[in-house]
Design a protein around this ligand. Structure first.
Ligand code: TRP
Length: 335
């Protein structure tokens, strides 16, 4: 029996290299050896976009294209829409009794997000909504409603998986053994820095290279990347360790890496040439992804069928698990 993978993303924008190296690559690698379910977390996206349903709706389709273009293969992976599995909402209500409000406030990921979204949640999140604070509970339901065992994600999701494990332990101790404790799986690079040197590449930080960025866009972005500020002239020696261009050469496993490093230190490598080389390497990675994307863009009926089939598979499993939950909780009336 294969173990079950559950993972996914919020449909709030296109995926970028942070997602690719942080988790997508891992999902593609693991999908043949696991029963894989990848959710498009539209319900979670609404927790901080409740007033933008059109944005969420549009990005459900965009995210599906991103997934298919990197090699998530519907032959192995079920891509499904979170809101189409209402059993998740039901389970969320039962789980919400098992988590204290102070525990939710201690979640570092939710906290960081709330700080970044001061425009919605107010200073020191004085206008924090019940839905946003509680989304990790709903995420625990996403994972357990399909008997998820393995969760390949970036490192910002670790607190949510930990929260899920706590809920599972508490649920099992009260209502009897019902769920397995899932485990997070991190990639070798669980976090990718931004072009601006920021610790994290992020949709909302404006420092990302998107999987669908074309040559012109990539060129503009890489030309603006942060390099060693002490290097003024082309032949000044520099420190590659503070240079984002070098960081990306390393991330992409450029076979020329040792030369890049020594030439940079000696001052025999200009930043412009170095950036051009990076642009070429990036396009080597992105071009095949973009070709695949184009295929699916031209075959929307195929994309819709993939989503429908994936959602049906998830729904079937969720119904079975929910029966088990109602039995454990003595809610199995009329059975
Ligand atoms: N929190 C994830 C994100 O921000 C999305 C998500 C929702 C998820 N439910 C999940 C990830 C379950 C893994 C497992 O992108």
């Amino acid at each position: 029996m294969k173990k079950t993978i559950i993972t996914g993303d919020r449909p709030t924008g296109n995926l970028h290299l942070g997602h690719y190296f942080g988790s997508l690559q891992n999902r593609v690698k693991l999908q043949k050896d696991y029963d894989t379910f990848i959710l498009i977390a539209d319900v979670q996206a609404l927790t901080d976009n409740f007033d933008k349903p059109d944005k969420v709706r549009k990005n459900v389709y965009e995210l599906t294209l991103d997934y298919l273009s990197v090699g998530i293969d519907p032959q192995y992976s079920n891509i499904y829409i979170q809101s189409m599995i209402p059993e998740t909402a039901e389970l969320t209500i039962y789980f919400s009794n098992l988590v204290s409000i102070s525990r939710l406030f201690r979640n570092p990921t939710t906290k960081n997000e709330a700080i970044q979204k001061e425009n919605i949640f107010g200073k020191e999140y004085s206008n924090m909504t019940y839905g946003f604070l509680g989304y990790p509970v709903s995420q625990a339901a996403d994972i357990t409603i399909l008997d998820g065992e393995v969760v390949p994600v970036g490192d910002d999701q670790l607190p949510h998986v930990e929260q899920t494990r706590e809920i599972v332990r508490k649920f099992n101790s009260i209502y009897g053994d019902t769920f397995k404790e899932p485990e997070a799986v991190l990639s070798k690079t669980p976090r990718v820095k931004g072009l601006d040197g920021n610790d994290k590449m992020g949709k909302s930080l404006g420092n990302a290279i998107y999987l669908k960025d074309d040559l012109d866009t990539v060129t503009k972005k890489v030309m603006g990347a942060v390099t060693d500020p002490n290097k003024i002239k082309k032949d000044d020696p520099a420190n590659p360790d503070v240079c984002m261009v070098y960081y990306y050469h390393k991330l992409l496993n450029n076979p020329n890496l040792d030369n890049i490093c020594s030439e940079c230190k000696l001052g025999t490598r200009g930043c412009v040439g170095c950036k051009k080389e990076l642009i070429e390497e990036l396009m080597k990675l992105l071009s095949p992804i973009q070709e695949k994307r184009k295929y699916y863009e031209e075959h929307p009926e195929e994309v819709e069928k993939i989503l429908k089939d994936g959602t049906a598979a998830a729904k079937k499993r969720a119904e079975e698990v929910m029966k088990r939950v109602r039995k454990s909780m003595q809610l199995d009336y009329f059975e």
